[in-house]
Design a protein around this ligand. Structure first.
Ligand SMILES: [Zn+2]
Ligand SMILES: [Zn+2]
Length: 397
């Protein structure tokens, strides 16, 4: 690996910042301490910051030379509402909150790159370091954009990175086109007629209707969309009834829909609406659908993906850069990729052995209560950020 020597030298300082953030997780727009830590470090290194975008977002900017070209590097800073099982010294101090997705590490890697680039300005243009809140469900990326992110920090391209358990440290994966699915949620209400469970002929049973609706929804996946298009409909909740001997008045069905394209999403929503409106009346019941589009699919741009790949190959070698297999997870960096060209990559977090002392049970998977970001990844990820920025803003000969 061709790591930046200076980053390797101050790695332990960045590791301590990472562990401090890990110990003090904050969720969804509540990242005030984290935001203070990030802004404090940037200012300590002489980097001007803009705060308040997306509430707790922080943007640091480093310029050099005369070029108006600019690159945006983005890290998410939020934690998850879940209890940590780890028992090492830097475990969460906040009950019911945990950095189980490694955003503490993403923040640390970008801080390391900011520190290096502010002290070694071997480029012509501007690097914007974007620290974004509320990735986990709060659409913090969109809120930063709504608050004027790209007006205050104009970028020609934006890049994102997520740690990836299972890949070794020093391995990366990326892909042009869709990499993460769009995330959407729905609520279906079935209106029936309640009554005595021993006299169902006096009722319209919403429980029975709900089970038919759930099954009909899956026919969209197998019979309506093209088999070559990926999509998931998962019903995750059915709420109805409270007694053994009462047919309830209504039922509620909830779940999520994931797709890689808006076209497939449009088809699924339309077919769901037809099923929900037309199937329950066949049973004498009524149905209504509330469909909410949350995160769009994360779609990498071809040119920027090719560029990121050449940088990665220089840092870790072509044999350690893999083609990413798209996942049905979702990621709000998708909003930034709708606003600007760019690329989102994943960086190996190892197999979990970095937690050898003191970790709890379970694999080191994202959102697992025994997860921890691998500190060995800090100089690797930070080197990628540095080389990406330096080459994107390379001085013209
Ligand atoms: Zn996550
Ligand atoms: Zn994450």
């Amino acid at each position: 690996m061709n790591l930046v020597d200076r980053i390797v030298q101050f790695h332990h300082e960045i590791r301590d910042i990472r562990r401090d953030i890990h110990a003090h997780p904050e969720i969804c727009y509540e990242e005030t301490r984290t935001s203070d830590v990030v802004a404090g470090k940037l200012q300590e290194w002489g980097i001007p910051v803009v705060r308040g975008l997306g509430g707790t977002g922080v943007v640091g900017s480093v310029s050099n030379g005369t070029s108006t070209r600019a690159i945006g590097l983005r890290a998410d800073i939020d934690a998850l509402p879940m209890q940590e099982f780890n028992e090492f010294a830097h475990r969460s101090r906040h009950h019911g909150k945990m950095h189980a997705c490694g955003h503490d590490g993403h923040t640390a890697m970008l801080l390391a790159a900011a520190r290096y680039l502010s002290q070694h300005r071997d480029f012509d243009g501007t690097v914007h370091f974007i620290f974004q809140p509320a990735e986990e469900g709060g659409a913090g990326a969109q809120r930063m954009i709504d608050d004027g992110l790209f007006a205050k920090a104009p970028c020609d391209a934006v890049f994102g990175m997520h740690n990836w358990p299972g890949l070794k440290v020093g391995q990366f994966a990326l892909r042009s086109g869709p990499v993460m699915a769009g995330s959407n949620v729905f609520t279906i209400n079935i209106g029936g007629k309640g009554g005595h469970a021993a006299m169902p002929d006096n009722s319209v049973d919403p429980v029975l209707v709900a089970t038919h609706v759930v099954q009909a929804l899956q026919s969209i996946i197998t019979r309506n969309k093209r088999p070559t298009d990926s999509a998931v409909i998962s019903v995750t909740q059915i709420h109805t009834g409270e007694a053994y001997n009462v047919i309830p008045d209504s039922a509620t069905i909830c779940g999520t829909v994931r797709t890689f394209t808006v076209e497939v999403l449009d088809l699924i929503e339309e077919r769901m609406r037809q099923i929900v409106q037309q199937l329950p009346p066949a049973f004498g019941a009524s149905g209504s659908l509330n469909f909410q589009r949350n995160y769009p699919p994360t779609i990498n741009h071809a040119q920027e993906t090719g560029f990121a790949r050449t940088v990665l190959e220089d840092v870790v070698g072509a044999e350690s850069v893999f083609d990413f297999e798209p996942t049905m997870g979702s990621e709000d960096f998708a909003f930034m990729l709708l606003a600007k060209p760019g690329c989102y990559i994943v960086a190996g977090n190892g197999d979990g052995t970095h937690r050898a002392s003191g970790h709890g049970l379970g694999p080191c998977m994202l959102h697992n209560p025994s997860y921890d970001f691998n500190d060995d990844l800090i100089p690797v990820g930070a080197t990628y950020w540095v080389r990406l920025a330096e080459r994107f803003l390379a001085r013209s000969a």
